[in-house]
Design a protein around this ligand. Structure first.
Ligand code: GAP
Length: 511
């Protein structure tokens, strides 16, 4: 098993052991790709939401919020194209009866060849040491060149199948590449069929009057259908944006990589409405803005990259992803899309209602263009969790697991730990807790040796621990111990709030 896979396994079990994430309905053996956020997870998740919301709505006087419903009129999804085109190409193995996404089977095949190339490079690096030139090696080594050619050929063939909507050739590609079922090894495949990802349910009191409706697969449509209501009541002038955080549902067939791909998940989306013709400028500006937001968190600039889309969805005139270096490689964290006026025009057509903006500057009405930023809250959670997870060897040769979460996102900002329960230390510590609890989330722990209590707080990412000792009662001072450096300082009780605030105040990150 590679070190990254190993680390990922540890992160997943840590998330459970320390009360961040549980499998949904675990006592019934769980529900695949559905998860519950536990006592520490919900705090971290709420803090991430708050960071996104504040940076959108509080920091921009031309962005307002919205909380639209999950259930929408079924015609919404006809107009948006989701009923006809929100599909995954699926293939069944006739022997194992297992179902796969055809494109994922091919991508996994490509990933295996990439692993071979990387192994070849790692071997050469070891052999040549500092003199090793990776670019030159990639250009000249025969085995690497041969494998790279296989990857390029496969990628372009797959791309063509999708461009031509040609599922027969897509199946033939799987057969030609001799791809087998990863579980059974069988190559006995059915034809490929498109499968709609929306969950449906019914609305209505009796079975005769009930009609089919969908759980929303994205929050964006709630923003589009409310565009004019919000614009008129907020009196915003274009350009302006509407931000929303909410649940979305997709019947994902390939459910794996923990909370990366879920069936029920949360999105944080912002639709920015602009004058036609200015969309490229705004697209570039939001690309830059969103990358800055990510990097400001301090999870490591090298962990982010843009991936521009070659093949654009029918409604987009530009699109890219911000990818994050998850333990299983660089993968999409956020999408930024220039969606033209497609959605609003479709809703005009299907509803028969005008969704136009009267622009007083040019004395004309038009359907605005839209630049969208769309980030998965759960993926953001995973990015924070995975990059903060550290196993450290200490000076005394013991190890500790520490989550180096940016302080303002941590579930608890401070842990109060009386050295012993007796001699009035608990009462003194509880008084500090009561005086500070209105300002930030505080953990209180008086069980076990203080070293073990430090470890418990390190493991959930609490940035500061405060110990109350016998001297505290005499001189009104306490010891603050910092999670990352493990340094300790002595401060007066009256100074605690200022010391913590300096380290966890969200305004330090927002500005
Ligand atoms: N409104 C645009 C839209 O929904 P998308 O690329 O399909 O675009 C946006 O989704 C973001 O939502 C993705 O970048 C990802 O972070 C998140 N996301 C999508 N599907 C997901 C899933 N099954 N589980 C978790 N997050 C998901």
């Amino acid at each position: 098993m590679s070190t990254n896979q190993d680390k990922f396994k540890k992160i997943v079990s840590h998330a459970k052991e320390y009360g961040f994430i549980f499998q949904s309905s675990e006592i019934y053996d769980g529900l695949s790709a559905v998860y519950d956020y536990a006592q520490n997870g919900v705090e971290l998740k709420n803090n991430i939401k708050n960071y996104w919301w504040s940076s959108m709505v509080q920091m921009n006087d031309n962005i307002v919020g919205l909380d639209s419903s999950i259930l929408m009129h079924p015609t919404t999804w006809k107009a948006s194209g989701h009923v006809d085109a929100f599909n995954d190409p699926l293939i069944d193995n006739k022997d194992s009866k297992l179902r796969y996404r055809a494109d994922v089977l091919i991508e996994d095949y490509i990933a295996k060849i990439e692993t071979k190339i990387n192994k070849e490079i790692a071997k050469a690096k070891k052999r040549f040491g500092d003199a090793f030139d990776e670019d030159e090696f990639r250009k000249t080594n025969n085995r690497v060149l041969e494998n790279q050619k296989k990857i390029d050929n496969t990628t372009s063939k797959m791309k063509k199948c999708f461009e031509d909507d040609d599922l027969v050739s897509l199946k033939q590609l799987i057969v030609d590449l001799e791809i087998s079922d990863p579980v059974s090894g069988s190559k006995n495949w059915t034809d490929i069929k498109q499968f709609n990802l929306m969950f449906s349910t019914s609305i209505g009191a009796s079975s005769e009057s009930a009609s089919e409706i969908f759980l929303r697969p994205e929050t964006a449509q709630g923003i589009f259908v409310n565009f004019l209501n919000v614009q008129k009541t907020s009196r915003k002038k274009i350009p302006f944006g509407i931000a929303q955080i909410g649940k979305a549902f997709r019947n994902e067939i390939i459910a794996r990589q923990f909370i990366f791909r879920m069936r029920e998940f949360e999105q944080m989306e912002m639709q920015f409405f602009v004058k036609p013709g200015t969309q490229s400028k705004w697209y570039e500006s939001w690309k830059e803005n969103r990358m800055k937001w990510h990097k400001a968190l301090g999870l490591g600039d090298e962990n982010y990259r843009f991936h521009d889309h070659d093949k654009l969805a029918h409604y987009a005139d530009a699109a890219c992803d911000i990818e994050f270096n998850f333990p299983f490689g660089f993968k999409e964290l956020e999408g930024i899309h220039s969606r033209t006026n497609f959605d609003l025009t479709q809703h005009e057509e299907y509803s028969g209602k005008k969704l136009r903006y009267f622009d007083p500057e040019i004395n004309e009405s038009y359907v605005p263009y839209v630049v969208e930023t769309s980030i998965g809250l759960d993926r953001m959670f995973l990015a924070v969790l995975a990059s903060s997870f550290n196993e450290e060897e200490l000076k005394d040769k013991n190890t500790r697991i520490v989550l180096k979460i940016p302080g303002f996102l941590s579930p608890y900002k401070l842990a109060i730990l009386p050295l012993v329960k007796k001699d009035g230390l608990s009462e003194y510590a509880k008084k500090i807790y009561d005086d500070l609890k209105a300002h930030f989330n505080i953990a209180y722990d008086e069980k076990d040796a203080v070293g073990r209590r430090y470890r418990r707080q390190d493991a959930i990412g609490t940035p500061v621990c405060l110990t109350v000792d016998h001297d505290s009662i005499k001189d009104d001072s306490v010891t603050l111990r910092f999670r990352d450096s493990m340094d300790q300082i002595r401060v007066k009780v009256s100074e605690i709030k200022k010391e913590i605030d300096n380290r966890i105040n969200i305004s330090n990150w927002l500005s």
